[in-house]
Design a protein around this ligand. Structure first.
Ligand code: PMP
Ligand code: GLN
Length: 378
């Protein structure tokens, strides 16, 4: 049968992860922590199972958890989303993004995607008959050119997808960026999908500027978040989406027929945990310590870098000592040096942007020590 996604291959995260295991490489490729989550959280999942929360949860998510999410957003960003009508718990941010795009993109619609882009947006746009339209962050500073962005808007533009803090560059949109975006979209019917999975991982006194903070963005936005990232449990696949009532109403039509609901005991545990802990408020300093260690150690290496502003990724530029493509060098690092990372060109459809590799520093100190030792030898 004719493929609906003829150009899509297995994701780079699976390919490199498999290769890393095969070569027993230190794995700084796919973004996940190699340290444990809070044991209290695991006890809460076990308790929820023992208490009998083992059947379907409510379709939009366990209500208690939706209340916690509403409280968290109001505390951090000053906007009140109604737990009944405006919040849905999802199977990670991936399903939130899939659902928001699928529920609204019609054949022929254009969706603006900012490159480099995380890999789960474009295939979903295409599955729905939409067309990704790209705006490129500038290659060195990864800054956004809002004039170029404005020029890409046409009567066919249905949606814009942003990601802040940004994977892979670590760029964090400033308040000024968000205000520019708000002005450009004002008086249009364009929807905004705001991928904010790294919302709690921002460094150097910078502040995460959620789309939910800005009135005229919030009214058109699906804000997508990930508990996997925030609580060091990427394998639990739990996240959420918030949007104004009318948008969420449509979102749920698709949600109920793709997953119906999310793992019930995990939702109970998350709700209980969020009620008692402010773990996520300490995440910035927890990861900043890791980033700082990684970068300090790399000062004596041949790589060039600008410190990541957010996320748990750091880009390293190798152009001053190698002319290899990023894919070739990433492969050679695995086979010859037993260290795995992600070549940045994997985030760029169609175009080559070489010279840069992405490393995940959500790792134990001993893993980072081994990694920097290798990187300083190269
Ligand atoms: N968006 C971005 C930018 C990501 O890096 C990830 C990560 N893994 C996701 C979405 C998906 O999040 P989740 O694992 O919660 O599905
Ligand atoms: N977001 C993770 C990364 O960028 C990957 C998650 C996945 O493989 N789906 O590394």
């Amino acid at each position: 049968p004719e493929s609906k996604l003829p150009d899509v291959k297995t994701t780079i995260f699976t390919t490199v992860g498999n290769l890393a295991r095969k070569h027993h490489a230190i794995d700084l490729s796919q973004g996940f922590p190699n340290f444990g989550a809070d044991p209290k959280l695991m006890q809460l999942v076990s308790r929820a199972m023992q208490q009998g929360h083992n059947q379907y949860a409510a379709m939009p998510g366990y209500y208690g958890l939706r209340e916690n999410i509403a409280e968290k957003i109001e505390k951090l960003h000053g906007r009140a989303y109604h737990p009944e009508k405006e919040i849905t718990v999802t199977v990670g941010a991936t399903q939130a993004l899939f659902t928001a795009i699928t529920a609204f993109v019609h054949p022929g619609d254009e969706v603006i995607v900012i490159k480099p882009a995380y890999d789960c947006y474009e295939p979903v746009i295409e599955l729905n008959g939409g067309r990704p339209v790209y705006v490129q962050l500038d290659a060195k500073g990864y800054r956004m050119d809002w004039e170029e962005f404005k020029e890409k808007i046409t009567p066919k533009t249905r949606m814009v997808i942003i990601n802040t803090p940004h994977n892979p560059s670590g760029k964090v949109f400033t308040k000024d960026d968000m205000l520019r975006l708000q002005e450009i979209l004002r008086n249009t019917n364009i929807l905004l999908v705001s991928d904010e999975v790294y919302e709690h991982i921002v460094f150097d006194e910078k502040e995460h500027q959620s789309a939910s903070r800005f009135d005229d963005l919030a009214r058109r936005s699906f804000v997508c978040a990930s508990f996997g990232k925030t609580f060091h449990v990427t394998g639990w696949k739990i996240g959420y989406c918030v949007a104004p009532e009318a948008l969420m109403h449509e979102f749920r039509k698709t949600h109920q027929f793709s997953v119906f609901c999310v793992d019930h005991p995990v939702q109970r545990a998350m709700a209980e945990y969020l009620r008692n802990e402010d773990h996520y408020l300490q995440l910035n300093s927890f990861y900043q310590e890791k980033r700082d260690y990684f970068l300090k150690a790399l000062k004596s290496s041949k790589f060039k870098f600008t410190p990541s502003e957010g996320t748990y990724f750091q880009l390293l530029d190798y152009t001053q000592f190698s002319e290899e493509t990023d894919k070739d060098l990433a492969l050679r690092l695995i086979t010859d040096h037993k260290l795995a990372c992600i070549p940045i060109s994997s985030f760029n459809v169609g175009e080559r942007q070489d010279g840069v590799l992405r490393f995940c520093f959500a790792k134990k100190r001993e893993t980072l020590e081994k990694a920097v030792e290798i990187l300083c030898r190269i």
